[in-house]
Design a protein around this ligand. Structure first.
Ligand SMILES: *Cc1c(COP(=O)(O)O)cnc(C)c1O
Length: 462
């Protein structure tokens, strides 16, 4: 497949027929896509034979790295045996049942049930349906409103994008849908530092924006609060340690359900199995996707905590919701192989005790770089804040788009980092080793130096 055409031929056919997600179609067609043809461990190769260190794990998902035989074999075996059967009509398949059982084992104790979807976005659509159904069953149908945060990412379906707080997404397609409101994100650089607050002080202030919103709406209207433990696509915004415990306290006080979107943070990314364990809160529902299969095949779902599960099960009545691929046997077989491999490799401990702290210490050294105003990590997620004047905390003017300049260098130098405004972010595969972190850091440093040279040459620092 991969060697059947030249790069130019692939690019021409791509531009002619393939509309890429979150893409300016015209701009990409003028430039041509990079064609990725193979991968192994933490590396990718493109159609020109160039090797790239994938510091983004594909799209935050390839946690066990590329080329893991156990996942490939699980898929092939299951496709032979039973490629598909649904779970709609009082039927189930062994992989879906076994995965449900294993998920109950690796998630926090309140989770004994799972509802499967095909993706994270669909999982969050399920969250909206399930949360509202829960309050209906409890005789409080007016509890409809779900509170989320600006700059959150919860997917791209109508409900997912509505829960998300991306202004650009809301601007297209008449979003958000009714009954979803947003409070400000817990981003210290934007909302805490300018007011002279310490990070911990700011964490409490930011959490109390939730209480203000609940009181403004009336607690009897508020169904749930949803958040990513660490905002991923928003720029790896790591909240202060005080934030989530205070969110939990407030939700408990008003009876509001807590939903943790663990699509990125779940399955070891933060150094525990789930982000809520790292940040000390106890969600009622938990969305997952990405890392559950390490991205080898699509799968998502919602872990349903006892509080909601008991209402859904005990009150009876049909829940009028589901997907053709809820509990897809091949996807579930791959997820089982993936989670068992994580257990065999003790990957969560590898992140928590070894490569997570190693990355944190490596990132701390980047704070000395003239462009880097801040360097933060949480487990194996990292963010660099690029500033024009780090002493004063002055950002580059938007017209410079310093993140895209840096990303361009990464692309050419053979390392994939993502730019979110002036934040350069990474989330490498969890199997990364210390020496590979050294290799990644050398590439990142080189890209920062090249970006600095650009800034000096163009007078952006003046
Ligand atoms: C990626 C992501 C989603 C959406 O998942 P899809 O599989 O792309 O639909 C939802 N929530 C978070 C936190 C994500 O990072």
């Amino acid at each position: 497949m991969t060697n059947t055409r030249t790069t130019e031929q692939w690019q021409a056919a791509d531009a002619a027929h393939f509309l890429h997600p979150f893409t300016d179609f015209k701009a990409l067609a003028g430039k041509g896509s990079r064609i990725i043809t193979s991968a192994d461990n933490i590396y990718l190769w493109d159609s020109e034979g160039r090797k790239v260190l994938d510091a983004m794990s594909g799209l935050w998902c390839v946690n066990v790295g590329y080329g893991q035989r156990a996942l490939v074999d699980a898929a092939a075996r299951q496709m032979q045996e039973l490629p598909f059967y649904n779970a709609f009509f009082q039927t189930a398949t062994p992989p879906a049942i076994e995965l449900a059982e294993l998920l109950a084992e690796v998630t926090p104790p309140q989770f004994q049930h799972v509802f499967f979807s095909g993706s994270g976005s669909e999982g969050n659509d399920t969250v909206v349906r399930m949360v509202r159904r829960y309050w209906d069953l409890l005789g409080q149908p007016q509890r409809q409103v779900i509170i989320s945060r600006h700059n959150a990412y919860h997917g791209s379906t109508m409900a997912g994008a509505s829960l998300g707080g991306m202004a650009g997404m809301h601007a297209q397609g008449g979003l958000p849908i009714p009954g979803i409101v947003h409070i400000e994100q817990p981003y210290w650089w934007q909302h805490g530092r300018p007011h002279g607050l310490t990070r911990d002080e700011f964490g409490l202030v930011a959490a109390r924006w939730l209480e203000d919103k609940i009181l403004e709406l009336g607690a009897e209207q508020v169904a749930a609060f949803i958040g990513e433990p660490v905002q991923g696509a928003g720029g790896v915004i790591i909240p202060p340690a005080t934030y989530w415990p205070e969110i939990q306290r407030i939700c408990d006080k008003y009876g509001v359900l807590v939903v943790s979107d663990e699509v990125i943070c779940g399955f070891g990314r933060t150094g525990r199995w789930f982000g809520c364990e790292t940040f000390g809160f106890r969600p009622d529902l938990m969305t997952f996707a990405k890392g559950v299969t390490s991205g080898y095949v699509p799968l998502g779902g919602v872990m349903v905590g006892d509080r909601v599960a008991r209402a859904l099960i005990d009150q009876g009545g049909e829940f009028n919701h589901g997907y053709t691929y809820s509990g897809h046997p091949v996807a579930c077989a791959v997820a089982l192989a993936n989670i068992r491999l994580m257990q065999q490799l003790d990957l969560v401990a590898h992140v928590h005790d070894d490569v997570g702290p190693y990355l944190a210490q490596a990132y701390a050294t980047l704070r000395e770089h003239p462009l880097v105003g801040d360097a933060e990590t949480c487990g194996l997620m990292g963010a660099l804040l690029l500033l024009k004047d780090k002493a004063k905390g002055t950002p580059f003017p938007e017209a410079v788009d310093i993140g895209m300049v840096c990303r361009g260098h990464c692309f050419r130098e053979g390392v994939i980092m993502r730019a979110v405004g002036e934040r350069m972010i990474i989330a490498p595969p969890l199997v990364i080793t210390r020496s590979q972190i050294d290799e990644m850091l050398a590439l990142i440093r080189r890209c920062l130096d090249l970006t600095l040279a650009d800034a000096q040459r163009h007078g952006w620092l003046a």
